[in-house]
Design a protein around this ligand. Structure first.
Ligand SMILES: *Cc1c(COP(=O)(O)O)cnc(C)c1O
Length: 428
């Protein structure tokens, strides 16, 4: 991506006014000066705007949008989506506690994940989640035992692996036979029969989630068809599936991707559902990235320019521990100056201070910057802070939410002392 691209991903909430990058109504250089860097900044208006097309496309249908909070699980983000009527897709007991802390409604929570522990199941039953998305036949047995011991019936949906190719990166493709996720399509009917027999379970639905950063509608339609075939088979045996959960996975534009809009995707799915006479069922979606990805940036300060024979490096104060996507998936994310300057541009790799060659944020970028300037890594609202670590004993970044020209600190920067608070020296 060139730094003079007219529209940035996240526009109109991420846009230049003159030479200055604004996040909604807040100037990025001012935020960096006020809160220091590395700094995640999110636009609440951009999150609302991303949810809108989902809500409008589903208006008039029984539905629940469960924000897949692993994309960004900060409390103020959860609070934002809870206030807009969303439920949550969670993958751990820790995420459930976050939902509760943010004021989310547990009755709108679906609990996904292939390794739920008994303790997590117990807690989710006690607070009354909407549904467990069960990923194996063994999990059915354990969940039934846990529920029976509490004198409850656990509402369950089976996550079926529809064996469709979502056409995305292997690390974020989840709906193929070789993936660890879900119950194989050809085992699903038997699993439903077993679930119906177990005393601690109440079958309520069916779900799938075929991958992430999906930029086509076709894989969703394939998955829907595969799921509906199963629905028909299972219901012919007398079981009733109240809801159909099509997961998340819709992609966003990082550089030049052109994913379908959420409302176009949903319109296509609704048309297929109606054509098959299945349009009346409650529909669930679990979008993560598409609700928050383009609503956030990571601001980072240029520490050093390091010209070299083979490569020029731009060393910044954010690193792979703050933003793992480039190191983990070789993901390309836009990197632009917070304030454009009239400096000669050079092609450089934008790298962090962490002691790993994989610690880069961008490769071969044309940038005209000096030490002390602020850069913005774009589309960093999803799988950014939620994947951050403390590698190299680096305190995690602060987070700010903006709305119009207001900015709130929603997570304070960690301190080094805070990082080893729970550790003890040996006696002696
Ligand atoms: C990660 C995940 C999602 C969200 O995926 P996105 O690509 O962020 O939309 C939804 N459902 C499940 C089960 C997931 O694991």
């Amino acid at each position: 991506m060139k730094d003079d691209d007219a529209t940035l991903p996240g526009d109109p909430f991420m846009a230049y006014r003159g030479d200055t990058l604004f996040i909604d109504g807040c100037a990025a250089p001012d935020l960096a000066a006020r809160f220091a860097t590395p700094l995640y900044v999110y636009s609440r208006a951009a999150m609302r705007a991303a949810l809108g097309p989902y809500q409008r496309a589903l208006a008039g249908r029984a539905h629940l949008i469960c924000y897949a909070m692993k994309a960004n699980s900060s409390l103020a983000v959860l609070q934002t989506f809870a206030a807009l009527g969303c439920g949550f897709d969670i993958v751990s007991g820790g995420e459930l506690e976050r939902v509760l802390a943010a004021g989310g409604d547990p009755a709108k929570v679906v609990f996904s994940g292939l390794g739920k522990t008994r303790a997590e199941m117990r807690r989710a039953l006690e607070v009354g989640v909407k549904c467990f998305n069960v990923e194996s036949e063994a999990e059915l047995e354990t969940l039934s035992e846990v529920a029976t011991s509490l004198n409850r019936r656990a509402p369950v949906s089976l996550r079926v692996n529809p064996d469709v190719d979502a056409g995305t990166h292997p690390y974020i493709s989840t709906g193929l036979k070789g993936n660890k996720f879900g119950i194989a399509h050809d085992r699903a009917v038997a699993a439903y029969r077993r679930a119906a027999q177990l005393p601690g379970l109440a079958v309520v639905g069916i779900d799938c989630h075929i991958g992430s950063q999906i930029t086509e509608i076709a894989p969703y339609l394939d998955a829907l068809d595969r799921l509906l075939d199963l629905v028909e088979t299972v219901e012919a045996e007398g079981l009733r599936l109240q809801h159909l959960d099509l997961g998340g996975g819709l992609g966003i534009r990082y550089t030049d991707e052109a994913p379908p809009a959420a409302d176009a995707l949903i319109a296509a799915l609704l048309a297929r559902l109606d054509a098959r006479g299945q349009g009346g069922r409650e529909l669930l979606f679990e979008p993560g990235r598409s609700l928050v990805g383009n609503a956030g940036v990571l601001l980072t300060e240029v520490l050093y320019l390091k010209p070299g024979e083979a490569k020029n490096f731009c060393v910044v104060d954010a690193a792979m521990n703050d933003l793992m996507r480039p190191a983990l998936y070789e993901a390309t994310m836009g990197i632009v100056p917070a304030r454009r300057r009239d400096l000669p541009a050079v092609v450089c790799d934008v790298v962090g201070p962490v002691c790993e060659s994989g610690d880069w944020l961008g490769r071969d970028r044309l940038l005209g910057v000096e030490a002390g300037d602020t850069l913005a890594v774009l589309s960093a609202g999803a799988y950014g802070m939620s994947m951050a670590s403390n590698y190299n004993t680096r305190p995690r970044a602060a987070e700010v939410m903006v709305d119009g020209d207001q900015a709130w600190l929603i997570r304070e920067r960690e301190t080094a002392a805070g990082l080893f608070r729970g550790e003890t020296l040996l006696p002696g």
